[in-house]
Design a binder for this molecule. Structure first.
Ligand SMILES: Cc1cc2nc3c(=O)[nH]c(=O)nc-3n(C[C@H](O)[C@H](O)[C@H](O)COP(=O)(O)OP(=O)(O)OC[C@H]3O[C@@H](n4cnc5c(N)ncnc54)[C@H](O)[C@@H]3O)c2cc1C
Length: 244
């Protein structure tokens, strides 16, 4: 919102991702076709044991899909103090992903702007994702898995409605990202509830705590979901969340 107010473009697709700026690089937050690495310049982080401040360039962070050196290699070692972004004064709009175009049409937007895109993203997210202030959740619990092109072809033969889109450099071997939410839904978990642990009724990728579920109950449910997706599709899901 701070960037929108100043007409600085680049993070409008990330509207409504809850959290602090310092946590952003931790898992290279991303949504609607944009990841923080695309506007990232550098960050300063404090090494807890050495009591020293280090500067991390884009390369140093080794950003990947919901990954960075802070999430795995240096887990628990650094506190991110500040992040420097390189934003655009002239916007490069990204409306390819998800239902952004549809929502912009619904909103009657004639001229594209970062504000319009932000509002479209906010509308879509609010309609699908549970508000953590109302019902406990961590957003997407699982990553969308990537499979080789030939694996996808085989899966599509067996499951013609499977949702996937190509990723990476087409010159390399083709990889397809599958919609984990769709896989989970097909295993019958959408809307499932056991005690206070459940799988959200509008977005199967989100596990929810209706009140007093323990961490183990949520974790066990996630394990059952992983196992059933593996059994039905032969696809290994990975948890996006950090397990403490
Ligand atoms: C409803 C909902 C929707 C979400 N949608 C998305 C989405 O679309 N895309 C996406 O990428 N994520 C999404 N998330 C996940 C979450 O918003 C992000 O991971 C966010 O970056 C978490 O920020 P936080 O400040 O709450 O960090 P926390 O959850 O408190 O911390 C996350 C991790 O980062 C570490 N950390 C936090 N701050 C720092 C720091 N300054 N230095 C070092 N380590 C730190 C913590 O130790 C922890 O390991 C969603 C979550 C919810 C609840």
């Amino acid at each position: 919102m701070y960037c929108l107010d100043r007409d600085w473009a680049g993070v409008e697709n990330l509207s409504l991702i809850p959290g602090s700026v310092g946590a952003g690089p931790m898992q290279n937050i991303g949504a609607y076709g944009v990841e923080i690495r695309e506007v990232f310049c550098e960050l300063e982080a404090y090494h807890i044991r050495e009591r020293k401040v280090y500067t991390f360039s884009l390369n140093d962070c080794a950003f990947g899909y919901r990954e960075s050196v802070f999430k795995k290699k240096y887990r628990g070692e650094f506190v991110i103090l500040s992040v420097l972004f390189r934003l655009h004064k002239r916007p490069v709009f990204n409306t390819r992903y998800g239902a952004i175009r549809e929502e912009l049409d619904k909103m009657g937007v004639q001229e594209l702007s970062i504000r319009a895109i932000s509002q479209a993203v906010i509308n879509i997210r609010s309609s699908k994702l549970p508000d953590p202030a109302v019902v406990g959740n961590a957003g997407s619990f699982f990553k969308n898995p990537e499979v080789a092109g030939d694996v996808f072809a085989r899966l599509r033969e067996a499951f013609p409605a499977i949702v996937g889109y190509p990723v990476g450099d087409p010159a390399d071997s083709v990889k397809v990202k599958l919609a984990a939410g769709w896989l989970i839904e097909q295993c019958g978990w959408k809307g499932f509830r056991r005690g206070d642990a459940g799988c959200h009724a509008s977005q199967a990728l989100v596990l929810v705590n209706y009140g007093h579920a323990t961490g183990s109950e949520i974790y066990d449910l996630s394990t059952e979901i992983l196992q059933s997706v593996k059994a039905k599709f032969g696809v290994e899901l990975e948890r996006e969340v950090n397990i403490i």
